[in-house]
Write a new protein. Structure first.
Length: 81
């Protein structure tokens, strides 16, 4: 069994109101020195068998069609050790 992570983040040029809200709240909670916060999504997917190149291509297609909005988000696929 293989565990694959898909991290989805807004593209750099896309405004991130949730990240801005978190960034604004941090100083009020006593956290200083934070320059920027971007909020994204993380998906952990367990695959039957090994994480072959073909299976990772399937996960990339999942990310492109369901897990992310490719117009406004980027994603990264990685295999957990």
């Amino acid at each position: 069994m293989a565990r694959v992570v898909v991290d989805v983040m807004p593209k750099p040029e896309i405004l991130d109101p949730q990240g801005k809200a978190v960034q604004g709240a941090l100083p009020r909670l006593g956290f200083t020195g934070v320059v920027e916060v971007r909020q994204g999504k993380r998906f952990e997917i367990e695959l039957e068998g090994e994480a072959t190149a073909e299976r990772l291509d399937d996960v990339r297609r999942m990310a492109e069609t369901l897990l992310s909005n490719p117009v406004i988000e980027d994603f990264e696929v990685r295999v957990l050790p």
